[in-house]
Every structure is written in C-alpha cells, then in structure tokens.
Design a protein around this ligand. Structure first.
Ligand SMILES: *Cc1c(COP(=O)(O)O)cnc(C)c1O
Length: 392
C-alpha cells in the first residue's frame, strides 16, 4: 500500500466539517450584525442566534433557554464546577466537592482551585476497567456535598460512566450533579434529561466545529452565579457579544453529529477490528479501559517495553496521527494520570497509544495502521535493552 495520511486522533480535535463551514459562512460575510442591535441587520443576526440555540438544544434534549454558549469545554467545566460549588456553599453552607481520579485537567485543576478556597475535595477511585467505584461514591456522599462532577466519557480510555445512577445518588444527598460530556457528545446519544444531570459541558472542536466554542447546559431553575460580567448577553450569565459564526457552526455540528450517530456502529466495528488485530498479533500488549462501556471510536493500548513518544513519532513519519497519554498533558513526560488510576505501573503507562476514530475514517485507514504498526513496534523493541523477546 502506498503512503497515506491517516488521522486517528479525533479525541484531541476533529477537522471542521464542510457543512459546518457552510453554516458559519453567512455570519462571517453578509450577516455580520450584532444580535443586540434593534435594526434589521441586528434582528437578522438575532434570528440566527435563536435558531442555533434551538438546534443545539434539540440535539441535547433540553430547552433553548437552558443552554449557554461558552468559549469551549474548559470554560464550561470551570463555570459549572466553581459556580456550582460556590452556589451550594452560599445557599446551604455545603463545602464538599466529589469528582473522579480520571477527569480532564479542566475539572481537576478547577477542583484544586476550589480546595484553595476552602472546599474539601474527594476523588472517587475507578476500577481496573476505568468505571468509577459506586460503593466508594456512596460512602463519600454526605449532607455537606455541594457538587459531584464525573465525566460522561473519558478522553483517554473512552470509558462511559453510569451517569444516571451517579446523578441519582448525588441528588439523594441533596448535591448538584455535573458531567463533562465533551468526548461523549457526537459519539453516543446524549440527552440531558435521561442523564438526570443539573449541568453538562460540551466542546465544538471535538465534534466537527471549530476550536473556541462550546456550551454549558444548566437545568432550568438552577441559578448559579454568572460567569462573565458585562453587557448581559446569554441571559445575563455570560456577557460578551455572541460569537455568532462559531455558535452557528456548533449548532450545525451538533445537528450533523446526531444525524450520523447510526454510522458510529461502522466506527465501532473498525475500532474492534484494529483492537483484535493488535491483541492477536503483537505480543506484550495491554488493552486499557472497559471493552463494553466505551466510546465507539476509542482504543487505548499499552505496548510493553516501548515509549509512547517514540511510537508517536515513528507513526507520524508513516503519516499516522495518534496520541500517547493525552494531548492536554503531552507537553509533560509524566505518565497519564488516567492510566495510573487504572493501576497500570508507570513503565506500562508510558508505552500507551490512543487511537480515536470518527466518521471520517475508512477501512483503508485501519488496513494502513495494521500494515505499519507491527513493524514500528518491533523496531522500537529491538532497540530496547530490556525487551525479553516475543516468546516471553
Ligand atoms: C477537550 C476536552 C475538554 C476541553 O475542551 P476545550 O474546548 O478544548 O477547552 C474538556 N473535557 C474533555 C473530556 C475534553 O476531552
């Protein structure tokens, strides 16, 4: 097979879909008005904003006025967590925050910020398969718990958490329930009412919209503090003239993603074919995460006796984009906190590879990865002074 370019890192970011560019373009060209202006040029923009909010809300099963557009997943996570915790402290004196050990840095660092403000933060452990320990969660919850933050799907190992059950436990203790659904939206069906959460975050660039746009769902009636002070946009909660081109793009990306959910079965089958090939043909490999409760496009494998960074670079030279650890922390050489939380020793966590497939991938992409990967793994192991050989 001749050399190809295979993008298999859709959990890091996705290409902007042509349909999304088409939905954005009118707001970058003729419809450039300010949605707050009362003349027709502004009203035209306001109509676009209202339509986008309706489309986006429809894709998530919420009302348009329960959705707030943000600058991305990180902002939505910060707002939900800090806003939710402070709200419950002001209202009920609750000062305990519960999250999991495998959250995205946007959530973990926000929890650390809350700890500096005097909140007590508990980190629920996960089992070896990456699913959170519900018994431990039950023990941690108390009448002092302000908010529980557990992600719907993990960005590194793709595990899908039992959010409806977690939300039920949180609510029985009188706490708020927030889920970071950035990786889930677009890959699996996401309905905020069925999940039973009070808040949910999502990000455009993980589902075919550009970087720098996201949203926070906040259940009607919940009134945590506003995030940005100013002119009162987003119903007074997140001021700043709306980023209409990107909001229109996000809405179209959400609509498109929901319409394409049936195609994720094809993605799942490709992922499983790749996983089976690797496990059956490359020795000393570890399948990370749960087989079943998992995003259809995610595969995370540890190759013993190699460094993930070397694997990434050699695959890149072959035209294949994958990641090791998570891109958000890949400017450090620390092993992934998610893989360590599964109980994987640091040296095994170091040799990990995340493949994240999406609609854009084809069977030929999988064939090409299968053609290139085994030779690259072998080459790296042959250079390793500690590699015991294939039969050990
Ligand atoms: C990418 C990601 C984020 C951050 O979203 P940005 O829009 O890049 O700020 C948050 N949580 C998870 C799980 C992610 O994968």
């Amino acid at each position: 097979m001749e050399d190809r370019f295979v993008y298999a890192d859709n959990a890091a970011t996705t290409p902007v879909a042509p349909e999304v560019v088409a939905a954005m373009t009118p707001y970058l060209t003729e419809k450039w008005g300010n949605p707050s202006s009362m003349y027709s040029k502004g009203r035209e923009a306001r109509r676009g904003l209202d339509e986008a909010r309706e489309t986006a809300a429809g894709a998530l099963g919420c009302a348009p006025n329960e959705l707030y557009f943000t600058s991305g997943g990180t902002e939505a996570d910060n707002w939900a967590l800090k806003g939710g915790a402070r709200f419950m402290r002001a209202k009920q004196g609750r000062t305990h925050v519960i999250t999991s050990t495998i959250e995205h840095p946007a959530v973990l660092r926000s929890c650390e910020a809350l700890a500096r403000e005097g909140f007590r933060v508990s980190y629920v452990k996960v089992h070896e398969n990456g699913i959170i320990d519900m018994d431990e969660l039950g023990r941690l919850l108390d009448r002092n718990t302000a908010i529980v933050a557990v992600m719907l799907a993990n960005n590194e190992i793709g595990t899908i958490q039992p959010i409806p059950e977690i939300a039920k436990l949180a609510h029985e203790a009188g706490a708020l329930m927030f889920t970071d659904a950035v990786q889930a939206v677009g890959s699996i069906p996401v309905n905020v009412k069925e999940l039973g959460v009070d808040m949910l975050s999502l990000s455009g660039h993980k589902l075919g919209a550009p970087k720098g746009i996201g949203a926070l769902y906040m259940r009607r009636g919940l009134k945590i503090d506003k995030y940005i002070d100013g002119g009162g946009q987003e119903r007074g909660m997140r001021s700043g003239t709306e980023n209409l081109p990107y909001i229109a793009g996000l809405a179209e990306a959400l609509r498109l993603a929901v319409s394409r959910l049936p195609d994720m079965e094809r993605v799942r089958a490709m992922r499983d074919r790749l996983a089976d090939y690797i496990l059956n043909n490359i020795p000393h490999t570890i399948y990370n995460g749960d087989r079943e409760h998992r995003l259809p496009g995610n595969l995370n494998i540890s190759f013993e006796y190699i460094e993930g960074e070397s694997l990434l670079l050699l695959l890149d030279m072959a035209g294949i984009c994958i990641s090791t650890g998570s891109a958000c922390s890949s400017n450090s050489l620390e092993p992934s906190h998610v893989l360590l939380a599964l109980g994987l020793p640091a040296e095994k966590a170091h040799g990990s590879m995340r493949v994240s497939l999406s609609h854009g991938n084809t069977e030929e992409d999988i064939d090409y990865i299968i053609e290139k990967l085994p030779g690259i793994v072998k080459r790296l192991r042959d250079m390793s002074p500690i590699y015991p050989g294939e039969d050990k």
